[in-house]
Design a binder for this molecule. Structure first.
Ligand code: COS
Length: 384
């Protein structure tokens, strides 16, 4: 599935215009209020942004991965909280359903996700299961035509906005490993589910994460994703592989914006009687960032293309996620350095972006988890 090239180019131009004319001017208000304005969310719906990755048969745009990365790169040239509004619906919240859902499950949710009528969230992380995702403790025990879910999910992005949750829970409590986990597509309005207040965070103000608490929440048996028990962890891993490419384009998008801010400042700011950009030590910082950005864009595009041809990309996705998110950290750090004292002041955007990009190296698998995935895959290719 993919959009034809001409329609895709028009979409990309429309998103770039939206970023320039609507999102960038709204950045300060989002920072101050910790909310993305509803009228902007409505415009995102009208642009089709919620349905980027949902197949056309269910009302989405059906972009392939390379195209999705292209749009996300554009969108992320404004504060990352705007992308976060659509992020889970385009990515990890919906893709388990797209990949493995039954027809009835897809019909139930995908058309409404595609229009942005509802959003989705991905409920994997728990208080005691972060990097070690396979150790999750939430249980879903079969009882007649229902499953009874108990447990707590943590830092769940957009749970407060969600109309559908993809929930990983252990259906076989005697099996402590990956194969004891199943996935469910759950209505958050189900009695016994509580969405806690939003967490207070270092950055990305306007994004919403919260705990999701399940207390004897009874869900119909037909919410079991794909109708098969024991597949939930594998589905989550496949969803995360894809999500790591999406996040790589988030990282390159915001990196491009940060570098633009640094370059503009280097051209405008004068010291010792000339623009600081004329000094070679400042040029060195700009040059390192430019090379980081270019490398990250190329590798993300290459891995996304390979994904679209059906190639197995867990190792490449981990390489992209590790490199682009670490690069975003380096680029933001140099942008602050180029701004000097001004870079520490909230008045300048780079102070905010520096805090915002710190999250990239943590969520959807820390840098250390990406290293582990890369290393394991390298050894597997030798040892079999
Ligand atoms: N695709 C499909 N299956 C996969 C897979 C992938 N990318 N990666 C692992 N699996 C399978 C393995 O083949 C193995 O299958 P078997 O049960 O048949 O043996 C099973 O999953 C368990 O894999 P593994 O033994 O590698 O699991 P570990 O618990 O050692 O670790 C990591 C797996 C660390 C890679 C995983 O837990 C992980 O990605 N953690 C980070 C979680 C994360 O990103 N959290 C963010 C939350 S969402 S914001």
């Amino acid at each position: 599935m993919a959009l034809d090239q001409e329609t895709f180019s028009q979409m990309k131009d429309a998103v770039a215009r939206f970023v320039r004319e609507r999102l960038v001017p709204a950045e300060d208000a989002v920072e101050q209020t910790n909310e993305v304005p509803e009228e902007i969310i409505q415009e995102m719906r009208e642009l089709g942004l919620f349905g980027l990755s949902i197949p056309e048969d269910y009302g989405g745009l059906g972009l392939n991965m390379e195209q999705e990365c292209g749009i996300i790169h554009e969108l992320c040239q404004a504060s990352l909280s705007f992308r976060s509004v659509i992020g889970t619906t385009v990515g990890i919240g919906s893709q388990g359903l797209v990949m493995t859902g039954t027809e009835e499950q897809k019909q139930r949710y995908l058309p409404r996700l595609a229009t942005g009528e509802i959003s989705s969230s991905f409920c994997l992380t728990e208080p005691d299961a972060g990097s070690d995702a396979a150790s999750l403790r939430t249980t879903a025990i079969r009882d007649g035509d229902e499953y009874v879910i108990n447990g707590t999910k943590r830092y769940i992005t957009n749970a407060l906005r969600a109309g559908m949750l993809t929930v990983m829970a252990r259906t076989d409590p005697d099996n402590k490993g990956a194969s004891g986990v199943s996935a469910f597509v759950v209505d958050p309005a189900t009695p016994g589910i509580t969405i806690a207040n939003a967490d207070d965070k270092m950055g990305q103000r306007g994004t919403k994460t919260s705990d999701v608490i399940f207390e004897d929440a009874r869900v119909p048996a037909n919410t079991l994703l794909g109708g098969v028990e024991g597949q939930g962890f594998y589905t989550a891993m496949k969803v995360l592989d894809r999500g790591r490419l999406h996040l790589s384009s988030v990282s390159t998008g915001i990196s491009e914006r940060i570098l633009e801010e640094a370059l503009s400042y280097a051209v405008e700011r004068k010291q010792f009687g000339q623009a600081i950009g004329d000094f070679q030590l400042v040029q060195a910082m700009l040059a390192d960032s430019q090379a980081d950005l270019y490398a990250g864009k190329c590798m993300t595009q290459d891995a996304a293309r390979r994904f679209d041809t059906g190639e197995q990309i867990p190792m490449l996705a981990a390489c992209c996620k590790m490199f682009t998110t670490e690069a975003a950290g380096r680029i933001a750090d140099k942008a602050v350095q180029i701004h000097g004292g001004a870079g520490y002041m909230s008045e300048y955007k780079v102070e905010r972006f520096y805090r915002d990009v710190r999250l990239l190296r943590l969520y959807e698998g820390t840098t250390q988890i990406q290293q582990l995935v890369i290393g394991r895959n390298m050894l597997k290719s030798v040892n079999g």
